[in-house]
Design a protein around this ligand. Structure first.
Ligand SMILES: CC(C)(COP(=O)(O)OP(=O)(O)OC[C@H]1O[C@@H](n2cnc3c(N)ncnc32)[C@H](O)[C@@H]1OP(=O)(O)O)[C@@H](O)C(=O)NCCC(=O)NCCS
Length: 199
């Protein structure tokens, strides 16, 4: 059974171990981290220095750590997901889709989110197709990055509000969602979530 829980510093070795080459590293993190290979300590520094409204999540399947992403509150009921990654030995088996569906259900029921955005390189075929497959739409915003001698469009995608009205979403989830009963409204969102969530 797939469930979400808050990110912990000793998860970092798992996450950085899933990145097996520099191009995949850049496609995953854009310019969020400078140096490859990324060390577990550098990855944790990102969370130590994070803004209050950003928190990490880990997906586990029957106790095995299989994925990671962060959630950031942008404004009111608008949220952003980032650094989405699935264990490199478990890709293409539906875990990414299940992790994100579980995350969207969490965002809908607990955070009362009306919109989720993320950004993806057009050259990251598996990720780009995964997000479109889940119902993300392009917002029209993008920036261009150049790395490894090639231009990559970093495209912003958004879940349409209609998605969050779909009462059928929860029924379609094959996995359990661990949510807290209340939505945080102000203050240190990550601390509140760590206290209450994922029980
Ligand atoms: C993006 C990622 C999280 C997807 O996770 P995953 O477990 O491999 O994806 P799933 O098996 O759930 O597949 C979901 C959908 O993605 C698409 N997809 C997945 N792998 C694909 C591939 N190799 N080529 C094309 N489309 C692919 C398909 O549409 C698939 O749906 P389908 O099985 O109904 O056809 C994973 O590939 C990953 O960790 N990539 C490296 C990190 C990264 O670049 N993250 C994105 C940052 S923006």
């Amino acid at each position: 059974m797939l469930k979400l829980r808050p990110y912990k510093p000793n998860d970092s070795a798992h996450v950085v171990g899933w990145i097996t080459n520099e191009e995949a590293f850049r496609l995953w993190c854009a310019d969020r981290f400078e140096n490859y290979p990324l060390s577990p300590e550098e990855f944790n520094k990102m969370y130590e220095n994070k803004p209050n409204d950003l928190f990490g999540m880990i997906a586990e399947d029957n106790g095995d750590i299989i994925g990671h992403f962060f959630v950031q509150k942008l404004q009111q009921d608008r949220y952003k997901f980032g650094l989405i990654i699935v264990d490199n030995t478990k890709r293409g088996k539906g875990y990414g889709k299940r992790m994100l569906l579980t995350a969207f259900n969490y965002a809908k029921t607990t955070l009362k989110a009306k919109s989720i955005t993320l950004s993806v390189f057009d050259t990251n075929e598996a990720a780009y197709k995964c997000y479109l497959n889940l119902g993300f739409k392009e917002t029209g915003n993008y920036i261009t990055h150049t790395f490894f001698g090639k231009e990559h469009k970093y495209i912003e995608l958004e879940y349409t509000p209609a998605f969050f009205k779909e009462e059928s979403l929860a029924k379609n989830l094959a996995s359990r969602v661990c949510t807290s009963p209340k939505s945080p409204t102000s203050g240190d969102l990550s601390a509140k979530l760590t206290e209450r969530a994922f029980k």
